[in-house]
Design a protein around this ligand. Structure first.
Ligand code: ATP
Ligand code: MG
Ligand code: FE
Length: 351
C-alpha cells in the first residue's frame, strides 16, 4: 500500500510517500520537510498566522517533490493522508484541504490522521514493533506515557501537569538567549558544561503515578540564571548541563513509573518506545536505553529525521488506518484539540 502523507500542524511543511506491506516495518520512499525557521526567528517562537501563510506558499512544492523523489504519480497511490490535528488550526486547514483535494482529484481514499497517533506509530514504521508497547511521547506540545494497544487504541498512563518536555527546553533556551527551537541548542551547550555546578530540583521524583511536572524546574533555572548574572558563555553551558541532567533523571524516573503502571494492567512491556521531537536528545535516549535494559525490554527510538514533525509518520499512520478499512469522509473537520486516548479510538474499541 502506497500512501502520501501531509503534515502542517505547526511550523514544518512536510510531505512524504511511504509503503506498507502487511506487518513489519514500512519503507520511506521520500520525506520532504521544509522548516519555517527564518519566518519565525524574529519572534522567538511560532506565530500562527505566519505559519499558515508559509504552509500555503510551500505546500505545493513540498508535495510535488515528495512524489517526484519517490518516483510515484498520484494515480499510483492507495491513499492520501493529512494530519487533521491537534495543532495550529490555520496550518491544519492548509494541509487537510490540500490532501482532500488530491484524494478527490485522484479518486483515492482519504485518511485524517491524529498528529500524536502519527508520532506514536512511528516505531512500527521504522522497526515493526508489535502491540502492545509503552510509549513516551515527548514533543513540543505534549508529554505523555501511553500504553499503545493497537491502531486507535491508546491508554494514557500519565501526563505532564504543566509544561511539555520540549516546551521546557524551548523556554530555558529562550531565557538563556539561545535560539528556537531550544532542544538542540541546549543539548549542544550542555555537552560543554558542568552539570554539578548548579543544583536543580527533580520534580515528581519517586512518585508512583507516572506524571511529570516541569514548570518548577524551569523556574529554578531562571532563579539560578538571575543569581549568576551577567552570564558568561561558560555559565550558560553549565546551566544547560544542569538543566539537562535534571531532565534526564526525571525522564528515567517517570518512565520507570510508567513501566510499573503498564505492567499492572497489561503485563511487563517488551518494548519501550520514545517519540516526538525530544526523542532526538542523546542523553535522554541513553537514559531510556539503560531503563529498557534494566527491565529486559528493547528501546525503540526513531532515527533523528523521524523524531520531529515529518510527512512519513503521517503517511504511515494513514496507511495503518486505511489497511484496517478506516478511511475518512472528505468533510472531516480540523481538530485543533484532539486527545489521543479518546477521539482517536476505533469504533467500538475499549481502551
Ligand atoms: P506536538 O507534537 O506536541 O504537536 P510539536 O509537533 O511542535 O508538538 P515536535 O516537532 O514533535 O513537537 O518536537 C519539537 C520539540 O522537540 C521542540 O520543543 C524542540 O525543542 C524539541 N527538541 C528537538 N530536538 C531536541 C533535542 N535534541 N533535545 C531536546 N529537545 C529537542
Ligand atoms: Mg515543529
Ligand atoms: Fe509533533
Amino acid at each position: 500500500m502506497l500512501v502520501l502523507g501531509i503534515e502542517t500542524t505547526c511550523d514544518e511543511t512536510a510531505a512524504a510517500v511511504v509503503r506498507r506491506e502487511g506487518e513489519g516495518p514500512g519503507v520511506v520512499l521520500s520525506n520532504v520537510v521544509r522548516a519555517q525557521l527564518d519566518e519565525h526567528a524574529p519572534f522567538g517562537g511560532v506565530v500562527p498566522e505566519i505559519a499558515a501563510r508559509a504552509h500555503v506558499d510551500a505546500l505545493d512544492g513540498v508535495t510535488a517533490k515528495a512524489l517526484a523523489d519517490a518516483g510515484v504519480a498520484l494515480s499510483d497511490l492507495d491513499g492520501v493522508a493529512a494530519a487533521a490535528g491537534p495543532g495550529l488550526v490555520g496550518g491544519v486547514i492548509v494541509g487537510l484541504t490540500a490532501a482532500k483535494a488530491l484524494a478527490l482529484a485522484a479518486g483515492k481514499p482519504f485518511s485524517a490522521v491524529n498528529h500524536l497517533e502519527a508520532h506514536a506509530l512511528t516505531a512500527r514504521l521504522t522497526d515493526g514493533v508489535g502491540f502492545p508497547y509503552l510509549l513516551l511521547l515527548a514533543s513540543g506540545g505534549h508529554t505523555q506515557l501511553l500504553a499503545v494497544l493497537g491502531v486507535g487504541r491508546y491508554v494514557r498512563l500519565g501526563t505532564t501537569l504543566d509544561d511539555a518536555l520540549g516546551e521546557a527546553f524551548d523556554k530555558v533556551a529562550k531565557m538563556l538567549g539561545l535560539g528556537y527551537p531550544g532542544g538542540p541548542h541546549v543539548e549542544s551547550r550542555a555537552a560543554a558544561g558542568d552539570p554539578a555546578r548548579f543544583s536543580l530540583p527533580r520534580p515528581m521524583f519517586g512518585r508512583a503515578e507516572p506524571n511529570f511536572s516541569l514548570s518548577g524546574l524551569k523556574t529554578a533555572v531562571r532563579l539560578e540564571a538571575e543569581r549568576a548574572a551577567p552570564l558568561s558563555e561558560g555559565d550558560v553551558d553549565d546551566l544547560c548541563a544542569a538543566f539537562q541532567a535534571a531532565i534526564v533523571d526525571v525522564v528515567a524516573d517517570r518512565a520507570g513509573a510508567g513501566v510499573r503502571a503498564f505492567a499492572e494492567r497489561f503485563g511487563a512491556p517488551t518494548a519501550l518506545v520514545v517519540a516526538g521531537g525530544v526523542a532526538a536528545n542523546g542523553p535522554i535516549r541513553a537514559a531510556l536505553k539503560n531503563l529498557a535494559e534494566q527491565i529486559g525490554a528493547r528501546l525503540v527510538a526513531p532515527p533523528l529525521a523521524l523524531c520531529g514533525d515529518n510527512g512519513a509518520m503521517i503517511a504511515w499512520a494513514g496507511a495503518e488506518r486505511l489497511a484496517l478499512g478506516l478511511a475518512d469522509p472528505l468533510d472531516f473537520a480540523p481538530r485543533p484539540r484532539w486527545p489521543l486516548d479518546a477521539a482517536a479510538a476505533l469504533p467500538g474499541a475499549k481502551a
